[in-house]
Design a protein around this ligand. Structure first.
Ligand code: ZN
Length: 478
C-alpha cells in the first residue's frame, strides 16, 4: 500500500521515473500483471495520441454525419441514413465483423413548428416566445389552447396551488439549473425532473398545458427539447420548452403586470414503431473472444440542429477507436467492440435490445464505456457497476491512474451512460467518458448543436483517450 502511495506521487512529476518502475517490477512482480507500468504502455499510448492528432477520422466523419445526414431522430429518414452510412464506414476498417442489430423504435414527429404567444401584454402587446415542443408531447387541438400562466418553481408550490389554482391554466415551470454546481451534469440532474414529469403532474390538477424553462445554464434564445413522460393516470397535455431568455422575460412580465395569458399551438404526433438498428463493429479477441470491451455512443439525435455533440461526437470517437487499434497493429486479448446505439433519446430501445442479445449469446462485458457528454476536452472516466463486484473492480481500475495522469485523465466513481445501463446486472464494469462539461448545455438538444460548435482537436483527443483506456483494459483485464 505504501509502495503505491510513493509510486503515485512519483507519477505526478513531469518526468517518468525509471527507478520507480524498476522498483515496482522487482517488489510487486505479481501485481505487475495488472498494473500498467511499462515503457511499452507509454510508448503505445503515445502512438495512439500521435495518430489521433495527426490522422484522426473523427472530424471528417462528424462533418459527413452532421452536414450530409443531419439530425436523426428514431424512426426518421435521417436515422435510417445514419445507420447505412456508419455501417459503410465501419466496413472500410478491416474489422473482423460489422453488423446491424434490428430494434423496433418509437416514431414521434414534431409536425409544423409549434407556436406559443403571450396575448395582449400591457407593455409589449401580443408576441411569440422561443419554444420547442418536448419529445413525446401530444398536439393541441386545431384551435390550440389558451390559458392564464401560473409560474411554479417547486413541486411543493404546485401541490399547494392544487386544483383551485391550476385548473384550466398553463403551468410555467421556471426552476433554473443550479449555477452554483461545479459539474454541469449535476445542475442538469437537479432540474430535468420538470421536463420529464411536469406535464402529468400539472394535468393531475387540471392544467391544460405546460411551458418548461430550457435545461441550460446560459441565458440565450435557444429552446432545448428533450424527452418527457406521461403518467397514464392523467390526461395528456401539450408540453413545450421555452428558452432561458424568454423564461426570464415572461417571469419579469408577470411580476410587472400581475398576470399573463398565452396561446399554444402544437402539432406533434406519434406514429407506429419503426424497424431500425444498432450498428456494431468489432475486432475479435485472441484469448477471450466472448469477453467484450465496449465503446459506444448513440446514433439517434433530436430533430433539431445536427446532433453534433449529442451524440455524433461519441459515435465517431467510438468508430475511430477501432480504426486506431487496427492501424497500430494491436491484437486484443478480448473482443473490442464499437456499438452505435439507436434510440437513446426517446426510448432506450437500442440499449435494451443490445443487452438482451448479449445475454442470449452468453457474452460478458468486462467493461462498457459510453461516450455521450459531448466532443469537448477529455477530463477522465467515471466508473460504476453492480455493488457485488464494483469495489473489487474499482481497486484494480484506480491502478491505471498513474499512466492516465500523463494524458490529463482522471479516474473517478460515478455514472456511466444510459445505453449501457441495462448491462449493469451482468456484473461487469460500466464507465462514462467525461469530457469537460461546462459548455455542453449551451448546445444540448438545440438548433445550436452543429458541427461548428465542435473543436476538431478536442474531438480527436477524445478518441485518443478512449483508445488508450480500452487498450489498458484489454491488456490488464479486471
Ligand atoms: Zn446523448
Amino acid at each position: 500500500m505504501a509502495f503505491f502511495k510513493n509510486f503515485n506521487s512519483c507519477w505526478k512529476r513531469p518526468v517518468w521515473c525509471r527507478a520507480c518502475v524498476a522498483a515496482a517490477l522487482m517488489t510487486v512482480g505479481t501485481l505487475h500483471a495488472q498494473t500498467p507500468q511499462t515503457d511499452d504502455d507509454i510508448a503505445f499510448i503515445d502512438k495512439i495520441y500521435a495518430q489521433a492528432l495527426g490522422d484522426g477520422r473523427c472530424y471528417p466523419w462528424l462533418t459527413h454525419l452532421t452536414k450530409q445526414v443531419g439530425h436523426r431522430l428514431s424512426g426518421s429518414r435521417g436515422a435510417e441514413n445514419a445507420v447505412i452510412w456508419t455501417k459503410a464506414m465501419l466496413d472500410t476498417l478491416g474489422l473482423d465483423s460489422v453488423w446491424l442489430q434490428p430494434v423496433l423504435v418509437p416514431h414521434w414527429e414534431r409536425g409544423a413548428p409549434e407556436k406559443v404567444r403571450v396575448l395582449k401584454s400591457k407593455q409589449y402587446g401580443t408576441f411569440a416566445l422561443s419554444v420547442l415542443a418536448l419529445g413525446g408531447s401530444v398536439a393541441t387541438s386545431k384551435k390550440g389552447v389558451r390559458g392564464e400562466v401560473v409560474e411554479v418553481k417547486s413541486w411543493e408550490q404546485l401541490k399547494q396551488l392544487g386544483k383551485a389554482g391550476l385548473e384550466g391554466k398553463i403551468v410555467f415551470y421556471n426552476r433554473p439549473m443550479d449555477a452554483t454546481r461545479v459539474h454541469a451534469f449535476d445542475a442538469y440532474r437537479g432540474a430535468v425532473d420538470q421536463r420529464v414529469q411536469g406535464a402529468s403532474r400539472a394535468a393531475q390538477y387540471g392544467a391544460v398545458g405546460v411551458l418548461v424553462r430550457s435545461m441550460g445554464l446560459r441565458i440565450d434564445d435557444y429552446p432545448h427539447t428533450g424527452t418527457m413522460h406521461y403518467d397514464t393516470a392523467w390526461p395528456k397535455i401539450p408540453a413545450v420548452a421555452i428558452s432561458t431568455q424568454d423564461a426570464e422575460q415572461l417571469s419579469a412580465l408577470m411580476r410587472a403586470e400581475g398576470r399573463a395569458t398565452v396561446s399554444m399551438a402544437v402539432h406533434c404526433r406519434t406514429l407506429p414503431d419503426v424497424l431500425s438498428y444498432n450498428v456494431i463493429g468489432e475486432i475479435r479477441g485472441s484469448e477471450k473472444p466472448r469477453d467484450v470491451v465496449l465503446t459506444g455512443g448513440h446514433l439517434d439525435s433530436w430533430d433539431v440542429g445536427e446532433g453534433a455533440h449529442d451524440d455524433g461526437a461519441g459515435c465517431v470517437q467510438s468508430m475511430d477507436v477501432l480504426r486506431h487499434l487496427k492501424r497500430l497493429g494491436y491484437r486484443p486479448r478480448h473482443t473490442i467492440r464499437c456499438v452505435l446505439f439507436m434510440n437513446e433519446e426517446n426510448g432506450l430501445r437500442g440499449g435494451r435490445q443490445y443487452a438482451a442479445e448479449a445475454r442470449r449469446k452468453g457474452e460478458f462485458h468486462l467493461c462498457a464505456i459510453e461516450t455521450d457528454a459531448g466532443g469537448f476536452t477529455p477530463r477522465g472516466f467515471s466508473f460504476d457497476g453492480d455493488e457485488a463486484v464494483f469495489g473489487r473492480f474499482y481497486e484494480k481500475i484506480v491502478k491505471l491512474q498513474p499512466v492516465l495522469e500523463r494524458y490529463n485523465l482522471k479516474i473517478s466513481k460515478g455514472g456511466s451512460g444510459a445505453d449501457i445501463s441495462p448491462l449493469k446486472e451482468d456484473k461487469g464494469l460500466l464507465s462514462g467518458f467525461q469530457p469537460d462539461s461546462q459548455r455542453y448545455f449551451d448546445y444540448h438538444h438545440t438548433v445550436a448543436d452543429v458541427l461548428e460548435a465542435v473543436n476538431q482537436r478536442e474531438l480527436e483527443l477524445g478518441a485518443a483517450s478512449l483508445t488508450a483506456m480500452i487498450y489498458l483494459l484489454d491488456k490488464y483485464g479486471l
